[in-house]
Design a protein. Structure first.
Length: 367
């Protein structure tokens, strides 16, 4: 399938299936499972997988474009789709063939998947303690601990985690049906309710070697191989939200004599957005070849967060009093944009890592 064909099909599916659900997803916490399944059927998650793995081989850049199309109508669903795509990315990159058995079904969304890597990414940046612990046992590992936020989950979903073991980590696939795994409801969010986000408890959960994405001696190299792709895929969520904000600004400007006086107008935001998309495409192609620069990736992701915030606030101000109604699209976009700047790696996290890398002369810390 060509890139153009895929994006045309995604656009149509979003318009006809997702758009009518966006308010219920945001306000009522509806999880759009049927949309996610159909997206998988048309190849919407297949870009990161090779043809041999059951994917399309189109690459990270086109996967980001798919997420952008979803984000134009619903930021929450773009995030859920990112979780699925991120898990597929890990499975594509793993050096362990046994665990790749999950990949075809994740690429097609026959199996829905999440990514429980927030705690790990923050831990490796020196921000918080690691919350899952593992001990080696016959045939694999036993894992204990609780993760507070893991998204795109369900009783039949799978997801990726890491657990600390000695001076290293093991990264693995697990699921809610595993003995000792419990899903715990989270408090109500101000947005992103329709993302099936839970706390996850591990009580002596056995992880066999065939479910391991990276053994402890593989972990340092593996996390480097997935990190830039993990981060760049998130830009697709923000890019779609920015597109939607620009659309609202353009509509609000029709017949207005006062919007000209606002900061972050349509032309400025459009220029910044186009620059962001060019940088993201370049880095995505490099990341798919395991050649992306981490510092440049972090800086681009931080730029996406800031631009998303600027665009959403500007859209609300351009809309005026109408933008303060709960029924206004810009009200939802403001909350979605805030999430883009908070989700791991959050804007403050990104800036910390950027500062650390610049201090080290652009060299990534050893794990």
């Amino acid at each position: 399938m060509s890139r153009e064909t895929l994006l045309n099909q995604v656009t149509e599916l979003v318009r006809h299936t997702l758009k009518p659900l966006a308010e219920d997803i945001d306000r009522k916490g509806l999880y759009p499972e049927a949309f996610m399944r159909k997206l998988g059927e048309i190849g919407g998650f297949a870009c990161v997988g090779s043809a041999e793995e059951g994917g399309s081989g189109l690459g990270l850049s086109d996967q980001i474009s798919v997420l952008r199309e979803i984000g134009k109508e619903c930021g929450a669903t773009a995030f859920s789709a990112w979780c699925q795509a991120a898990c597929a990315w890990y499975l594509h990159q793993t050096p362990n063939q046994a665990v790749k058995r999950y990949l075809p079904d994740v690429l097609s969304a026959k199996v829905l998947a999440g990514t429980g890597m927030s705690n790990t990414v923050k831990h490796l940046a020196g921000i918080e303690d690691h919350l899952l612990q593992a001990v080696a046992t016959e045939g694999g590992y036993t894992v204990n601990g609780i993760l507070p936020w893991v998204s795109n989950l369900g009783e039949n979903h799978i997801w990726a985690n890491t657990a600390q073991i000695g001076g290293s980590y093991v990264m693995f696939i697990t699921g809610a049906q595993r003995e000792g795994v419990s899903l715990i409801a989270c408090p109500e969010f101000c947005a992103l309710e329709g993302t099936r986000t839970f706390a996850v408890k591990f009580d002596n959960v056995f992880v066999p070697h065939e479910d391991v994405l990276a053994e402890p001696d593989q972990f340092a190299d593996f996390i480097k191989s997935i990190k830039t792709g993990f981060i760049l895929l998130q830009i697709g969520i923000g890019a779609g939200i920015i597109d939607a904000c620009l659309k609202e600004i353009e509509l609000a400007n029709v017949g207005s004599e006062t919007n000209y006086f606002l900061d972050h107008g349509f032309d400025e935001l459009t220029k910044r957005h186009n620059m962001l998309l060019v940088k993201t495409e370049k880095l995505a192609h490099e990341s798919y070849q395991n050649q992306a620069n981490l510092l440049e990736t972090l800086q681009t992701r931080a730029d996406a967060s800031q631009l998303c915030l600027d665009a959403a606030q500007s859209a609300a101000l351009h809309a005026g009093a109408k933008g303060y109604l709960m029924s206004s699209p810009v009200q939802r976009r403001s909350r979605e944009a805030l999430f883009v700047a908070i989700v791991t790696p959050a804007l403050k996290h990104l800036r910390k890592e950027i500062s650390d890398l610049e201090f080290m002369g652009g060299e990534e810390f050893s794990i």
